[in-house]
Design a protein around this ligand. Structure first.
Ligand SMILES: Cc1ncc(COP(=O)(O)O)c(C=O)c1O
Length: 453
């Protein structure tokens, strides 16, 4: 199969400063960026919008004058674009946070759940959609099971919802897995959650960059995602939730959250969006994400999804054909289940972090390695029994972060092409056949290997 070396012209264009990276042996090569599930590069339209804004911004909600007005208008326009991007229900409003993790923590605190309440989540969640429920709420957390390929067991989810009927307040599930690319059907989840009298929350950190979202049509009540995974800069998270949830005092009160301190010492709260977003908002980040959302909607999801689907299939098939490389998810599942391009694998006889370091240092290929915030599924794949787990935990507690089991993950973005896959496959072939060309020393505190002794 001949692979395109440039993404189709119809796709949004990624900003490219054009600077190749210097490898330790002195070669300068363009990066093959295959760690998009962690962070995507900005779109050119995002850079343009930010540059235009930085030239003329003023106070946001805290002053008058043409620049303040222009800033308020730009934030409102960007907010509307993000709402369209989500197909946000009429009853919802957006809150801006710093990232998805902060959004889920905020949500867990806002819901103010008690010990009789139950949060149903699942075994395939990123830690950011598990720990906040355990540590920011008094509710009992119950998890639905998944199979070895990281697909939710919907039968078990239904059983759990039935068993805890009347007590489940929210079903909190990922829209797409950062580890395996698995995507549950959101309409099915919504009907299961609603039948149990619960809200459906979707962690869309990985879904938002790769598939069309229509919260209203699929029945999603609450959703969160991060700008830095959707081709906009770091520092902005989005939480879309029903306004009814905000009809309470804020969990983070402060400047902007009240209209008046009454003479009796009580507080007249500001309208919900202001009340729950204390301090000055990240206006630049909102404008940047609004531009990313608009560029994606203008290009159209059909083109983006078709490009990524085709490339995901190429990626899994090519990786599966490399001797010594083992995909931990059957490649066929990607096509059959329409998974996004997040593909975990292992290389015979090599530590996962060494594979990632050698790909980067010798081939200019960026990937991610480790448990990738999905500890239990990775443990299942490596088959660590309790004794092995205890040994690893003791080593990590002693400072050896490389003692953990792990996998390597390649993850696609809309800017990737077959040339990026070629670079990854060539690098892996050489590593699997001959081992690393350079010498590396372990850096346990950084959980990686670095070239040189
Ligand atoms: C599925 C999922 N949820 C949550 C997060 C956390 O996102 P952030 O680091 O932006 O808070 C990530 C990050 O990789 C993710 O993949």
């Amino acid at each position: 199969m001949t692979l395109a070396t440039a993404p189709p012209a119809a796709l949004p264009r990624v900003f490219d400063a054009g600077a190749p990276v210097a490898l330790p042996d002195g070669r300068r090569v363009p990066v093959a960026a295959l760690n998009n599930a962690a962070t995507t590069p900005p779109l050119a339209a995002v850079v343009d919008a930010v540059v235009a804004m930085l030239g003329e911004y003023g106070a946001l909600h805290r002053g008058s004058g043409p620049r303040a007005r222009a800033t308020v208008d730009a934030v409102e326009e960007a907010t509307a674009s993000i709402e369209r991007f989500l197909g946000q229900p009429e009853a919802n409003t957006l809150l801006f946070t710093t990232n998805t993790s902060a959004a889920i923590n905020h949500l867990a605190r806002l819901l103010d759940l008690g010990p009789d309440d139950v949060v149903v989540t699942s075994e395939i969640e990123h830690t950011s959609n598990n720990l906040p429920w355990r540590h920011q709420s008094a509710a009992q957390v119950v998890e639905a099971r998944a199979d070895d390929a990281g697909a939710l067991d919907l039968g078990h989810l239904a059983e759990v919802l039935h068993a805890w009927r009347g007590r489940v307040r929210i079903v909190a599930v990922t829209g797409a897995s950062n580890l395996t690319g698995y995507r549950p059907d959101l309409a099915t989840l919504a009907s299961l959650a609603h039948d149990a009298g619960a809200l459906l929350f979707v962690d869309a950190a990985q879904l938002a960059p790769h598939r069309r979202i229509d919260m209203a049509a699929s029945g999603v009540d609450v959703l969160a995602f991060s700008a830095h995974k959707v081709y906009a800069p770091f520092g902005l998270g989005v939480l879309s939730l029903p306004r009814a949830v905000l009809d309470r005092h804020p969990v983070d009160p402060g400047g902007g959250s009240i209209d008046m301190l009454a003479s009796d010492g009580s507080v007249l709260w500001a309208p919900p969006a202001e009340r729950h977003q204390t301090g000055t908002w990240n206006a630049t980040g909102i404008v940047a994400l609004g531009a990313a959302a608009a560029a994606i909607l203008d290009a159209g999801w059909d083109a983006i999804e078709a490009h990524e689907r085709a490339l995901t299939q190429v990626l899994v098939n090519r990786l599966a054909a490399v001797d010594g490389v083992h995909l931990t998810v059957d490649p066929a599942r990607y096509g059959v289940e329409d998974r996004i391009g997040a593909v975990p694998f292992r290389v015979d006889g090599m530590h996962h972090a060494l594979v990632a370091s050698a790909l980067e240092a010798e081939h200019g290929v960026e990937v991610r390695a480790g448990t990738i915030c999905n500890h239990r599924l990775v443990r299942r794949w490596v088959g660590a029994d309790d004794a092995e787990q205890a040994r690893i935990e003791a080593a990590i507690a002693g400072g050896d972060r490389l003692a953990s089991y792990g996998v390597v993950r390649a993850s696609l973005g809309l800017q990737n092409t077959g040339a990026d896959v070629d670079r990854l496959v060539a690098g892996l072939r050489s590593l699997a056949a001959e081992g690393p060309a350079l010498r590396y020393r372990p850096a346990p505190a950084q959980e990686c290997w670095v070239p040189g002794w």
